[in-house]
Design a protein around this ligand. Structure first.
Ligand SMILES: Cc1ncc(COP(=O)(O)O)c(C=O)c1O
Length: 437
């Protein structure tokens, strides 16, 4: 059976070149980089080189990189590290942040900037939310569920003008801009200096590097309260013996993804278009969530009315296709996705939504196979709707549907609606007896 992995937003396999670069640090180069003998100092130099490589890719100074155990820790360090110092201040986040930002933000006075139905932050509202007591704005670069890309440069401009007015008002309160770039790093340009952010979170596990490894870019003007105290590694910002293998793997992975970025973006865009075309043809009732323009090229997020996403995922898994309902981190959470709710989707629509995220091993053949199997799963699932496109097709549906099945009538222009359940002996189903989804 073909195995098709379409959950690259959740995890990426470690690149063989990354693995090769990491291997010596588990054996002959196992040293603690803080030790004084020659071999340990050579390891410290390797950490220094990796830091310099990462800094170069991010367009910042090596001293501005803090290594952490992944995206979650970097987000926590950025938010708690700033907010702990200003108990009466507030922070502004977007309504669609990852839990690694949401949960620490909820510990303080926070405000949420809404997104439009495309999943892009409303800049006018954001500007109003930043008041004289705001010390931190944290807006993700690209969303992990719907792949929407946020206008970081424009947000940086808003923040800059707020800082200017604060100077005029002689306010001593700082204002910092943090972004979570975990999902953006494969496909977007991540030169933090040009994006205008003060802090940026990156996770190695999303870029074909090791898990539990990440970094925080920390502009020299930002002072943080460290969250992990001990031996004072990472300029005192994050104590603990360095994960040398992880650091070297992270630097290698970042170099590979950023150096091949444009080629991979073009390839992903072609596959994304193909997937969306096939979905429109084969499952016309499906709607696409998130912006079509400001979107990661590897993300496809759809709602298929009347379908149960967990059941679809299980059926696809049986065919060797691995995909997700939403964020892997909240897969066990019974609550509907806060990201889809922020877009205005009902809880029912959220439960009918699927996320397919492509990556290095995805090709045209795997996309064709996955969408074909998805369409089959939609139409053959017990109790699943059959999609019809006209009133006459709808009337004929009773001849092809068995008892208890449901028909969905739709056209490109119309809102889909579910016809009443077909019972044997009925004279057919009609639009009149249908209820709107
Ligand atoms: C946007 C975003 N932020 C943070 C994280 C957490 O990263 P990590 O798993 O490296 O802690 C993830 C992981 O899915 C993510 O997608």
């Amino acid at each position: 059976m073909m195995k098709i992995y379409l959950d690259y937003a959740a995890a990426t396999p470690v690149d063989p070149e990354v693995l090769r670069a990491m291997q010596p640090y588990f054996s002959e180069k196992f040293y603690n980089p803080s030790a004084l003998y020659l071999d340990a100092r050579a390891t410290a130099k390797d950490v220094q080189d990796a830091r310099a490589k990462i800094a170069k890719q991010l367009g910042v100074r090596p001293s501005e990189i803090i290594f952490t155990a992944g995206g979650t820790e970097s987000d926590n360090l950025a938010i708690r590290g700033v907010m702990e110092q200003f108990p009466n201040a507030n922070l502004v986040i977007s309504a669609i942040e990852h839990e690694a930002v949401l949960k620490p933000a909820h510990l303080y006075n926070y405000k949420e900037a809404p997104v439009n139905s495309d999943g892009v932050v409303d800049l006018k509202v954001l500007e109003k939310l930043i008041d004289s007591k705001t010390v931190l704005v944290s807006i993700m670069y690209a969303n992990n569920e719907i792949g929407t890309i946020q206008p970081l440069r424009e947000i940086a401009q808003i923040i800059k003008s707020k800082i200017e007015s604060r100077k005029l008002a002689k306010s001593a309160l700082p204002l910092f801009f943090h972004t979570d770039a975990c999902q953006a790093t494969n496909y977007l340009h991540v030169q933090a200096n040009k994006l205008g952010v003060d802090m940026m979170t990156v996770s190695a596990s999303k870029i074909y590097g090791p898990k539990q490894m990440g970094g925080l870019y920390l502009n020299a003007r930002v002072k943080l309260s460290p969250q992990i105290l001990g031996g004072g590694q990472e300029h005192g910002m994050r104590s603990g013996t360095e994960n040398v293998a992880g650091i070297v793997g992270f630097a290698t992975a970042l170099d590979i993804v950023q150096n091949n970025r444009l080629k991979e973006v073009a390839r992903m865009r072609r596959l994304q278009e193909l997937a969306l075309d096939l979905i429109r043809q084969k499952i016309p009732a499906a709607t696409i969530n998130g912006s079509s323009k400001h979107r990661l090229p590897n993300n496809i997020h759809i709602t298929i009315p009347g379908q149960d996403n967990e059941r679809l995922i299980m059926l696809l898994d049986e065919k060797g296709i691995q995909c997700a309902a939403g964020s892997a981190c909240s897969a066990s959470n019974e609550e509907p996705s806060h990201v889809l709710s922020a877009l205005g989707l009902t809880d029912k629509a959220t439960q009918s939504s699927l996320r397919l995220t492509m990556g290095r091993d995805t090709d045209e053949r795997s996309i064709r196979y996955a969408i074909e199997e998805l369409a089959l799963a939609v139409y053959t699932t017990f109790d699943s709707p059959k999609i019809v496109h006209s009133q006459s097709e709808l009337s004929r549906a009773k001849t092809v549907l068995s008892e208890g099945e449901v028909a969905i009538a739709t056209s490109r222009e119309e809102k889909p609606f579910v016809a009443d359940r077909i019972r044997s002996g009925d004279g057919g189903v009609s639009g009149k007896s249908s209820k709107e989804l």
